[in-house]
Design a protein around this ligand. Structure first.
Ligand SMILES: [Zn+2]
Ligand SMILES: [Zn+2]
Length: 374
């Protein structure tokens, strides 16, 4: 039996290389040899022990790979996009989340929000204690279960682009939450020509900027503490950059209003994951605008808000938790249509041996998206 190497988080702050038996694909399963995996902020939180998960686990949920084994019924049970049949040799992206269960309260009442399903299986967040173990992509192989969503990577698409499909879809959903479908003249929310401010220009903030530039936004303002990140956002379509460490709130308000008819942006998108950034989004968004909270995938604490501001501004506040898997399709379309230099958000490529370092370096100055190549 072949052995498969995998990086396992065994307890908070502890990650070690382990070996597992290479599993055989079940009748409705498949096996993917990982080629590249993006390191996500949530991987860092998992390693730090923040997250409601069962250890031990193999993290890594942003992956591209080649199908090496397919069960006879896999194509019947998996959701396949861009192909009719799953075949050996296919280069694929697998959405972290599974098809929703269809049975829980949320599936019955809100089927259009499959990410609320109480029984989701999510690659990179599942325990690896039991066979077939391999449900995370910081491993040489990932075992695909029957409820997987699998997207064929379009021919000729560079690996560096394909591996960004997951964070790009998260960013896309954040932007979509600010839209008001079917009400083009209502003056509500995001759409072509509308102004926006994005707090936090890490990978998700930058990708949200790129989506807005691609979909015809007006003025896009971005804020961050790190100049190199602001420059990145500019390359992806931001018009105005504001360095938080060089400005006071009053100064920022003045700059923001000077670019938004004196009233503030139509949309404020919080992608910094800092409670104070949410508070500031409330301050700067225009009356009747929309605020999207996209950055808090873990809980760093609280912030004071003034309920009067919410009421008086008559604003809409939206959360954005995870994604319906089908958004990957839109991200792949976006990749093939845009000339924006999306892969510029990748600052580091590391090898499989360096997974612990790849996770720990996130958040340090000069570090954007980190990709592990096999
Ligand atoms: Zn991610
Ligand atoms: Zn469900």
């Amino acid at each position: 039996m072949d052995k498969v190497k995998a990086w396992v988080i065994t307890e908070p702050e502890k990650i070690e290389l382990q070996e597992f038996e290479r599993p055989k694909a079940a009748e409705a399963g498949a096996l993917v040899k990982v080629e590249a995996v993006g390191v996500c902020g949530s991987d860092k939180h998992l390693l730090a022990g923040r997250g409601k998960v069962n250890l031990p686990l193999i993290a890594g949920h942003e992956f591209v790979g080649r199908v090496v084994e397919v069960g006879a019924k896999a194509s019947e049970t998996m959701a396949l996009i861009g192909m009719d049949k799953l075949e050996e040799g296919d280069r694929v992206i697998v959405a972290p989340a599974s098809t929703a269960c269809g049975k829980c309260y949320f599936c019955k009442h809100m089927p259009h929000r499959p990410q609320l399903c109480a029984n989701r299986l999510v690659y990179g967040f599942m325990s690896c204690a039991e066979p077939p173990h391999l449900f995370g992509a910081f491993a040489e192989y990932v075992y695909l279960h029957p409820r997987s969503w699998v997207f064929k990577v379009p021919d000729g698409m560079p690996l560096d682009k394909a591996v960004l499909a997951e964070p790009t879809s998260i960013a896309l959903r954040g932007v979509e939450r600010a839209m008001n479908p079917g009400e083009p003249f209502s003056g509500h929310g995001y759409g072509p020509g509308k102004s926006a401010i994005v707090y936090g220009t890490g990978p998700i903030g930058c990708l949200a900027v790129a989506h807005m530039r691609y979909t015809g936004a007006g003025c896009i303002i971005v804020t961050d503490f790190v100049e190199s990140r602001l420059e990145m956002a500019k390359e992806l379509g931001a018009d105005v950059t504001i360095n938080m460490s060089e400005t006071t709130l009053e100064e920022r308000l003045e700059i923001i209003r000077s670019h938004t008819d004196g009233v503030g942006p139509d949309v404020a998108l919080e992608a910094a994951g800092a409670p104070q950034a949410f508070q500031e989004c409330l301050e700067v968004v225009r009356r009747g605008g929309k605020l999207v909270e996209l950055g808090h995938y873990t809980d760093p604490g609280t912030t004071e808000i003034r309920p009067f501001t919410v009421c008086n501004k008559d604003i809409d506040i939206h959360g954005a938790w995870s994604i319906p898997p089908i958004l990957f399709k839109d991200s792949l379309t976006f990749f093939s249509k845009t000339d924006l230099p999306i892969t510029n958000i990748i600052t580091h490529h590391l090898g499989f041996d360096e997974v612990p370092e790849a996770i720990r370096m996130l958040g340090k100055p000069g570090v954007g998206k980190v990709i592990v190549n096999f």
